[in-house]
Design a protein around this ligand. Structure first.
Ligand code: SF4
Ligand code: SF4
Length: 135
C-alpha cells in the first residue's frame, strides 16, 4: 500500500495540482445540479404547493409585483436559502413549472448574514441581481 501511494505520487508529480484548479477554473456541473432556484413569475399561480411541500419550511408565499414595470401585485414564493436543503421538491411539485434549478451555488448563495439569504420573489425572478452576473 505504501509503495502504491509512492508510485502514484511520483506518477502525478508533473501534473497540475487538482486542489488549485478552483476557483480559477470553475468545476463542471452536471445538468441536473440543484443550485439556487429561479422563479418564472409569468408561470406562477401563487398556489403555495411549493411552500406546503418544502420539508424545511423554507418557503413563504408573499405578495410581490407581477413585473418590474407594474404596480400590480400577486402571490409568489419567497425562499429562505439559509434553510433550504436544495432537495428540489418544490421544483418537482410545482404544477406550472414556475420554479427551476440553476447552476448558481456560490454567487448569491454565500452571504454574510441570514437576512441576505431571504430571497424575495423579485430576487428569485432575477429582477433584482443576486450576484456579480445577476444570474
Ligand atoms: S412556484 Fe409553483 S408551486 Fe409555488 S406558488 Fe408558484 S405555481 Fe405554486
Ligand atoms: S429545494 Fe427543498 S428545501 Fe429548498 S425550498 Fe425547495 S423544497 Fe424547500
Amino acid at each position: 500500500m505504501v509503495l502504491k501511494n509512492i508510485a502514484r505520487a511520483v506518477k502525478n508529480i508533473y501534473k497540475p495540482p487538482i486542489t488549485r484548479r478552483y476557483p480559477e477554473v470553475p468545476s463542471e456541473l452536471p445538468d441536473r445540479f440543484r443550485g439556487l432556484q429561479k422563479l418564472d413569475k409569468s408561470k406562477c399561480i401563487g398556489c403555495g404547493i411549493c411552500a406546503n411541500t418544502c420539508p424545511n419550511s423554507a418557503i413563504k408565499i408573499v405578495r410581490a409585483r407581477v413585473s418590474p414595470d407594474s404596480d400590480k401585485t400577486r402571490w409568489f414564493p419567497a425562499i429562505d436559502i439559509g434553510h433550504c436543503l436544495f432537495c428540489g421538491l418544490c421544483i418537482d411539485q410545482c404544477p406550472h413549472g414556475a420554479l427551476s434549478s440553476t447552476k448558481v451555488y456560490t454567487t448569491g448563495v454565500i452571504r454574510w448574514t441570514h437576512e441576505e439569504l431571504l430571497y424575495t420573489p423579485d430576487m428569485l425572478a432575477r429582477e433584482v441581481p443576486v450576484g456579480e452576473n445577476g444570474e
